[in-house]
Design a protein around this ligand. Structure first.
Ligand code: SF4
Ligand code: SF4
Length: 405
């Protein structure tokens, strides 16, 4: 956590300095950075809010995240962003504006399985309990509003048969250290490392019926599978909260692609059109979009809650076509057909971190932890017919290994 915080501090200093090229005096740099933050917030204005499920809380339609650049988080606070995903990642660098006005913000802690990764790790009541207590100490937040089971359940049987995360939440809630229980849910059907794994939509439907969780973060970009869209609709009717994550599928690659951008409609950008679409054309309560700088903050958040224009509609059509050609949707449909047991969806998720979110360092760190890397692919092609997007999986794996290996 400390390492990540240091990286973000460096980025903050670098990007602040970039706004006032030529000045090397730290106090002056700080004043100029604050001015840039104020200006960014002014250009975005106040973000609209939406009810998060039926729990009564109103949250900004675009939420912030602990891995945003610090200057973007500062501008977000001024623009009314009041829900912070992964706030535990701030460590000792929690924004002062949040510490000084704690009750005006909803801060979420992400809790992972232990003794392994999201596929092989276990739920452990005591370890989850201690993790949250330690994160509270580091961030100084006093309490977390939302405790999130990161990556979620492997299947419906686990929801019924393993209540360790729920018990940890109940203990912490009794002590006033957490308030609401939520989860982010990935797909596990066909994953050979997760016997009996099921898809996110079926697991989430069961979680919603179970009634213990208040809301969920779901993988969702430009519309999703019919099953996930049906879940989002059912959740809206039932008052179960939904927040879209992993929303920028392929967007970083689009922005870097000269040919793509040459044909992109004028008057909008990929991040801007996406923000408008997510916050006005879906039944989601809110969405999170990765943001690394004040420029990205202005570009993205100025679209929040605003109606789609014809340029945005055309933009989204072009983005869907591009993303379906280039960027994995993390559906897992290929995984069960790989005799080499390569964690294809994880590899291609890290590709997204590096190429779409600008988080190359994080992607390399996570890739290094994989027990099987992409270079184990023997190009047999067995996975190919199962990919709904017809991605050239072996070629992609080689290219990701070159970037992250
Ligand atoms: S082509 Fe590579 S990833 Fe696909 S099934 Fe064969 S070994 Fe696995
Ligand atoms: S490569 Fe294709 S099948 Fe595999 S997870 Fe990605 S989109 Fe799904």
């Amino acid at each position: 956590m400390a390492q990540k915080q240091e990286i973000r501090r460096r980025r903050f200093i670098q990007s602040s300095a970039a706004t006032i090229a030529g000045l090397a005096v730290p106090a002056t740099a700080c004043a100029a950075a604050t001015q840039s933050i104020e200006e960014a917030a002014r250009r975005v204005g106040r973000l609209p809010k939406h009810k998060l499920g039926s729990g009564g809380r109103e949250i900004s339609v675009l939420i912030g995240a602990g891995d945003w650049s610090l200057e973007a988080a500062e501008a977000g606070i001024r623009s009314g962003i009041n829900f912070w995903h992964k706030s535990d990642e701030w460590g000792s660098g929690t924004p002062k504006a949040i510490l000084n006005n704690r009750d005006a913000h909803y801060c979420q802690v992400c809790v992972d399985r232990v003794r392994g990764n999201h596929e092989t790790g276990a739920q452990d009541e005591e370890a989850h309990y201690q993790f949250v207590k330690s994160a509270l100490k580091q961030t100084g937040l006093r309490y977390f509003d939302d405790m999130q089971f990161h990556f979620g359940y492997h299947n419906i049987a686990e929801i019924k048969g393993n209540r360790a995360m729920v018990r940890a939440f109940e203990r912490l809630k009794k002590e006033g250290l957490v308030r609401h229980l939520c989860l982010s849910q990935h797909n596990y059907a066909g994953n050979s490392r997760v016997p009996g794994g099921q898809n996110a939509a079926e697991i989430l439907t069961a979680v919603m019926e179970d009634g213990l969780y208040e809301h969920a973060q779901i993988i969702y970009s430009y519309g999703d599978t019919p099953e996930m869209n049906a879940f989002v609709s059912a959740a809206r009717k039932k008052g179960f909260g939904t927040i879209a994550m992993k929303t920028t599928r392929g967007v970083g690659r689009m922005v870097q692609g000269q040919t793509f951008m040459k044909e992109f409609p004028s008057g909008t950008t990929p991040h801007h059109a996406l923000a408008r679409w997510l916050t006005t054309r879906t039944e989601l309560d809110a969405a999170v979009i990765s943001i690394n700088s004040l420029r990205e903050f202005i570009d993205t958040c100025s679209g929040a809650g605003k109606p789609m224009r014809s340029a945005d509609t055309q933009a989204i059509e072009q983005m869907v076509a591009y993303a379906d050609r280039e960027a994995c949707r993390l559906c897992n449909a290929c995984m069960g057909h790989c005799a080499e047991h390569i964690p294809i969806a994880d590899v291609l998720r890290y590709e997204r971190y590096a190429l779409d979110y600008g988080h190359g360092e994080r992607a390399r760190r996570l890739y290094a932890l994989l027990d099987k890397k992409a270079d184990r692919c023997i190009a047999c092609g067995d996975c190919l017919p199962h990919c709904p997007q017809r991605l050239s999986i072996p070629e992609k794996l080689i290219s990701v290994h070159q970037i992250l290996g």
